[in-house]
Design a protein around this ligand. Structure first.
Ligand SMILES: *[C@@H]1O[C@H](CO)[C@@H](O)[C@H](O)[C@H]1NC(C)=O
Length: 299
């Protein structure tokens, strides 16, 4: 009986292994939304095992669950009959073009990363390309915050006045609300230049407008005539790129990025091949073991 149990165990662990490998191999399509942009944690820590820790866990769970249905939501969590110091505020925001399943996938990745990054921290924030997660013990929900979190600028256009005109047109469009009606998520394209803007959903239309104007101003003045630029403020961001080349959180030139993409593709293929070979080896030795066990049983 014990042998059978062992075999069942081997089968199930092999299955887990297979599932892990296949999910690793099928996720690269989502890699753009999952790319890390920034993360930070408050210096202050809570006592492990305290009610605050339970509140953090239940808040983060609420965010993940809610992301299946909404691109934005906020939560306030507190321990019943406890002092207000345990009260916790949190929110998430997905990029406006994500489907529900993409949003919830992004939030679960972000929540996993913030859990690793901000162990025992009273507050934390983590931005992936597709979504933002933030929690804190002071109420920041509905509060406009234009603190600059990330600013990255690409290489200069040089003397390409056409590119600069298009870049400015894209930024102007993003700043005027994408065709008039208020939108917290905006996109704009002019020739090869593409732009995207996103406010966190707790801002009012006028606060969102103000935040985006600030971010656009910083792109114009601080990045100048560059092929791409990213400005992330605490409650909104504006990004633009030229030629469909997404700027990378790590920075670098357009050409370098193209090469990086090629290298990544090649690397993905190589890793896939290695994984396939490893799988075959594991499977063969597994079969061998099964056969050996079978022989042993016959003796
Ligand atoms: C926070 O969430 C509550 C409940 O979903 C909602 O009524 C409220 O408008 C939200 N507040 C902000 C500032 O988004």
């Amino acid at each position: 009986m014990s042998v059978t149990n062992n075999r069942a165990l081997s089968f199930s662990s092999l299955c887990v292994f297979l599932i892990t490998i296949s999910s690793t191999l099928t996720t690269p399509s989502n890699s753009a939304t999952e790319s890390f942009v920034f993360g930070g944690c408050s210096q202050l820590k809570y006592t492990p095992g305290s009610p605050y820790e339970n509140n953090v866990n239940s808040l983060l769970t609420s965010l993940v669950n809610s992301a299946m249905y909404n691109t934005y939501n906020n939560y306030t969590t507190s321990t019943p009959n406890s002092n207000t110091q345990d009260t916790l505020y949190g929110l998430y925001q997905c990029r406006g073009d994500l489907q529900n399943n993409e949003c919830s996938h992004c939030i679960s990745i972000a929540v996993g990363q913030i859990g690793t990054l901000c162990v025992d921290s009273l507050g934390g924030a983590l931005q992936l390309e597709g979504c933002l997660v933030k929690y804190d013990n002071t109420n920041f929900i509905g509060v406009e915050d234009k603190t600059e979190v990330v600013k990255k600028c690409g290489p200069s256009f040089g003397y390409d006045s056409d590119a600069l005109t298009r870049r400015d047109a894209v930024l102007a469009y993003l700043g005027t609300g994408d065709g008039g009606a208020y939108k917290s998520y905006r996109t704009s394209t002019s020739g090869a230049v593409q732009g995207v803007a996103q406010c966190v959903g707790d801002l009012s239309p006028s606060e969102c407008q103000d935040c985006l104007s600030d971010a656009i101003g910083r792109l114009r003045t601080e990045c100048g005539a560059t092929a791409w630029g990213d400005v992330y403020l605490a409650k909104c961001y504006v990004r633009y790129m030229t030629g469909g080349v997404r700027s990378r959180a790590t920075g670098g030139q357009d050409d370098t990025n193209n090469n990086d993409d090629e290298i990544e593709k090649t690397l993905a293929i190589i890793i896939g091949l290695i994984a396939a070979v490893a799988l075959i080896i594991v499977f063969i030795s597994f079969l061998n073991k099964l056969c050996d066990d079978g022989k042993g049983g016959n003796k």
